[in-house]
Design a protein around this ligand. Structure first.
Ligand SMILES: [Mg+2]
Length: 379
């Protein structure tokens, strides 16, 4: 395992004014407040204690025009326009030194397996750009049949979760596997597997948890406003991911990025309880609560009964800036490892790398193969 220390810039730093507020009663959650969803019916709440307090963050006022430039820089940094294969990166030296600190999880597969010895591997994966290719139309980010098979096989041997910015309905439609845990909307909409015949299961009942339920009406309202306001920007697309909104600018001319960012920020001026973060070709609008993919990872681990870091080896694979929260959690806990999916050097808290979804699939297949061959045969 590598132990590089990389400082990761905060996605929200472009705003530069996140202020922690005192916890309000309105965001105090207890297990009694968590009711099972009315459908699909098979889910029950779990005995785990839900977080009693979730901090809110006030995003403050919109920055002056000069800050918009910083925002556009941030959008560019999160959204490389041309993805180049590793071999053609001009400064091969940079790439080589980055790879020394973030070696290929395929090349170091045996090392990873040795590190997991005696522990339960738990798989966490982002969806877009990790299990599916990045495509122009976010509604067409389909995963291949082979990838679905690889994820299904992984889920039969290890607790496996998809942690995504997508809303629950969308990610479930794309993935269509009942064996998985899903954390949609950046972990704000969590549910457990519907299938009860999983090899690794230790009597953990399925779960359901929505830490930002009270924000739903506000998010719907802002969706309608953003939809109207961004209509005039050619190529802009606003997606309602239930607990967060995604303003896609993949198809927007780079010259219009600043105007689009300003438009979105002006709308959010009236909603200080929502915050804006840049992702890969997307601006994400989310409830300003201290809940992210990292918190979702911790919640899932605890729900699975792995409070003790010595018993578990979480592996988180993702390509997005929002995945860094999960990489940081693993790094800080000193348990498991993060794998970034990237063909280009990036600041990251992940320890290993994979270049693209096809390599993620290969990694999963190899993991399942190893489990099947191991003395206890997947038990
Ligand atoms: Mg992604």
């Amino acid at each position: 395992m590598t132990n590089q220390n990389v400082v990761v810039s905060d996605a929200a730093s472009g705003i530069g004014m996140a202020i922690k507020l005192a916890i309000t009663n309105s965001v105090i959650y207890t297990s009694s407040a968590q009711k099972p969803p009315p459908s699909p019916g098979s889910y029950i709440t779990i005995s785990r204690k839900f977080p009693k307090k979730i901090e809110t963050i006030e995003t403050g006022q919109i920055p002056a025009a000069s800050k918009i430039n910083a925002w556009v820089d941030s959008m560019r940094a999160s959204s490389p326009t041309h993805v180049r294969p590793a071999a053609s990166i001009p400064d091969a030296g940079d790439y080589s030194s980055w790879m020394l600190n973030h070696p290929s999880a395929i090349d170091k597969f045996d090392q990873i397996i040795r590190a997991s010895e005696g522990k339960q591997i738990v798989m966490f994966m982002d969806y877009d750009g990790t299990l599916s290719p990045i495509v122009e139309d976010p509604d067409k980010a389909f995963m291949s049949k082979e990838m679905r098979g690889a994820v299904r096989d992984a889920a039969r041997h290890f607790p496996t979760a998809i942690v995504t910015g997508r809303c629950m309905d969308k990610v479930c439609n794309f993935v269509r596997l009942g064996e998985l845990y899903y954390a949609g909307s950046h972990g704000m909409d969590i549910k457990g597997p519907a299938t009860k015949t999983l090899k690794y299961k230790k009597n953990n009942p399925p779960m359901a948890f929505q830490p930002a339920k009270e924000f739903l009406p506000m998010i719907d309202e802002v969706y309608k406003i953003l939809f109207e306001k961004t209509k005039s920007t050619e190529g802009a697309l606003v997606e309602n991911n239930k607990f967060c909104l995604s303003v896609h600018f993949r198809c927007v001319d780079e010259k219009s990025w600043a105007a689009l960012a300003e438009q979105v920020k002006l709308v959010l001026n009236d909603y200080p309880k929502l915050e804006l973060t840049p992702g890969r070709k997307v601006l994400e609008v989310r409830p300003a609560i201290k809940w992210d993919k990292g918190k979702a990872l911790e919640f899932l681990l605890e729900s699975l009964g792995y409070v003790n870091s010595d018993d578990v080896f979480p592996v988180y694979i993702g390509d997005d800036r929002t995945d860094e929260d999960a990489f940081k959690v693993l790094r800080n806990r000193g348990c498991g490892l993060g794998i970034i999916v990237s063909k280009v050097p990036k600041e990251t808290s992940a320890s290993y790398s994979l270049q693209e979804p096809s390599e993620v699939m290969w990694f999963l297949q190899r993991l399942v193969e190893w489990k099947r061959m191991s003395p206890r045969g997947g038990h």
